[in-house]
Design a binder for this molecule. Structure first.
Ligand code: ZN
Ligand code: ZN
Length: 226
């Protein structure tokens, strides 16, 4: 009766997309802080969502939705209204000792030192995305290249289709490899897009990237509720 939900169904993923387009909030925040706008609402039912809420992938639209608790239970792994939803997992695992050979990296043709790899559940193909000042650029990874990259790392064979990524950070001498939920990749892309200056990105974006990876090693913003 009171304040009927607006037509949020028309703008799936609006919150995270807005995050990608939103200017910097000022102070150098953690990824979690960057998303803590007080007007954040569930993209499915329009109820306000707390900081540290779960996200869900609309598989067909490739859009990430902010999700309240009840909706994540209701739609977490379902097909509703012609759409296929998958709840994003929460684990973040650092792949210690993982290396990507320089020749293989060159073959992948990723022009920057940041990239994330995701397996498409429908086709089984692995794609690579990398953040840029213009957003996320994607290309396909040859099956033999992925095989070479993942050899000896069973964790990578177990990546959840569509919703989990191998995140690689090898810019500025870094050498980090993580299994993360897809929304982390979107947060990183938002940081790059927001803080990139000039041709090379500049010191500000590098600081934000460092803070992002330092934050991955810390406790998940959601874990405090468990
Ligand atoms: Zn909801
Ligand atoms: Zn959200």
């Amino acid at each position: 009766m009171t304040g009927a939900a607006p037509g949020v169904a028309d703008v799936p993923g609006g919150r995270l997309r807005a995050l990608l387009e939103r200017p910097a909030t000022g102070t150098s925040g953690t990824p979690a802080a960057a998303e803590s706008a007080e007007d954040e609402r569930c993209d499915l039912c329009a109820e306000p969502v707390p900081e540290g809420h779960r996200h869900m992938l609309d598989v067909q639209q490739s859009s990430v939705l902010c999700t309240c608790g009840p909706c994540s239970l209701l739609f977490g792994q379902s097909t509703a209204g012609g759409r296929h939803y998958k709840l994003l997992p929460e684990r973040r695992t650092s792949l210690e000792g993982f290396r990507i050979d320089g020749m293989l990296w060159a073959r992948l043709r990723v022009p920057v030192g940041l990239a994330f790899f995701v397996r498409d559940g429908a086709s089984g193909e692995v794609g690579v995305g990398y953040p840029s000042p213009l957003g996320v650029t994607r290309s396909a990874v040859g099956p033999e290249d992925w095989e070479e990259l993942a050899r000896g790392y069973p964790e990578l064979a177990e990546l959840a289709d569509d919703v989990e990524a191998l995140l690689v950070h090898r810019s500025d001498g870094a050498d980090e490899h993580w299994i993360v939920p897809l929304d982390d990749c979107y947060r990183l892309a938002a940081l790059v897009r927001t803080h990139w200056r000039g041709l090379s990105g500049g010191p500000e974006v590098r600081e934000h990237i460092e803070a992002f990876f330092a934050g991955l090693a810390g406790p998940s913003p959601r874990s405090r509720t468990s």
